[in-house]
Write a protein that binds this ligand. Structure first.
Ligand code: ATP
Length: 323
């Protein structure tokens, strides 16, 4: 895969960032502390979380992507594959039955809150990772109102009073670089079997313009339109259908790329609102690491990633753990 560089890499023998004894000495001081990794879709949050959990080996990851909480559509929703998790425990990643009613921010607050209690009881460090800012907000604020989506209202509604001591890492990427990366990533997902996955998920009775839960994942509505015209069980294109079918397919792919870039833009806007509301987000600029991958498609981004993303993140987390 061309873009594999921004997936967690296999552990290397000579990792430049060594665990220091102080990382272990801070172990007993972490009681109410939570690390939160934020950023738009595709910004390398999963890779950073695995890199950090490898260096701080008492970490457990809680997923906060509202589509990845469901079981199924692993390629379409970009769940980190088991092989890349390097044995780090993951929670709320593919755990929820998609046939149940939609998993809400209130559900996330309850389930992830319980997980944080359990993880800290084990003397481990919870790392919350995912792009759904309404989930992160619901989990962390002291006063949560289940029936109001703060992002739909004016700025004043976002509270900065949080119920944990949080260390926020915000992985940010200049939008033109991120959008090119996201478009290339869709092509990679298609090569990895996304259409077959969506074909198996297709349900002509369930497909409506606005589905709920996992049916909202980008890729599902776009390919539902395609499969409604060309059902997966209808076999190869019939006479004269080839070019039409090809155009419908290209249209679905174009819409997925467009909608993914729009999602990233919305997510960036929400993160900026949290920052303006007083959340202490530490911005890490990953633009250069991504630019190398987007322009050369090679593995050269890895060193830049370690220097510009991983090292500053490690410093921030170390300081946080020792506070
Ligand atoms: P909202 O205010 O809309 O709840 P949010 O920040 O909680 O925002 P987002 O993560 O922005 O949630 O997700 C909004 C929509 O983006 C989802 O309903 C879905 O259509 C799409 N989406 C989000 N994450 C994914 C994903 N991993 N795979 C596919 N589609 C996704």
């Amino acid at each position: 895969m061309r873009l594999s560089i921004l997936q967690p890499q296999p552990q290397r023998c000579h990792h430049p960032i060594k665990r220091s004894p102080r990382m272990d000495a801070s172990f007993h001081r972490r009681k109410d502390k939570v690390v939160v990794i934020m950023g738009a879709t595709g910004s390398g949050k999963s890779r950073l979380s695995i890199d950090l959990a490898t260096l701080f080996p008492f970490s457990e990851i809680i997923n906060s992507d509202k589509m990845q909480v469901y079981r199924g559509l692993d390629i379409t929703t970009n769940k980190i594959p088991l092989a890349q998790r390097r044995g780090v425990p993951h929670h709320l990643l593919g755990d929820v039955d998609p046939s149940l009613p939609e998993f809400s921010p209130a559900d996330f607050r309850r389930r992830a809150g319980q997980l944080i209690t359990d993880i800290t009881r084990r003397d481990n460090l919870p790392i919350v990772v995912g792009g759904s800012n309404s989930f992160v907000h619901a989990l962390l604020v002291q006063d949560f109102h289940p029936h109001s989506n703060v992002f739909n209202h004016h700025e004043g509604l976002i509270s900065s009073e949080l119920r944990y001591r949080c260390c926020f890492l915000w992985v940010d990427i200049a939008f033109p670089v991120l959008s090119q990366y996201l478009r290339d990533r869709v092509d990679d997902m298609l090569h990895s079997g996304m259409v077959d996955e969506l074909a198996q998920f297709f349900d002509p009775d369930a497909s409506r313009p606005t589905g709920s839960g996992l049916r909202k994942a980008i890729g599902v509505p776009e390919f539902d339109q395609f499969f409604n015209k060309y059902p997966p069980w209808a076999g190869p294109a019939g006479p004269g259908e080839g070019p039409l079918r090809e155009r419908a397919y290209e249209e679905a792919v174009r819409a997925i790329k467009e909608n993914t870039c729009e999602l990233a833009e919305r997510q960036m806007g929400k993160i900026e609102r949290l920052k303006r509301a007083g959340w202490d987000l530490r911005r890490i600029d990953a633009t250069e690491a991504f630019r190398v991958v987007v322009t050369s498609g090679s593995n050269n981004g890895s060193d830049v990633w370690e220097r510009q993303v991983l090292e500053p993140s490690v410093k921030i987390v170390k300081r946080f753990l020792m506070e």
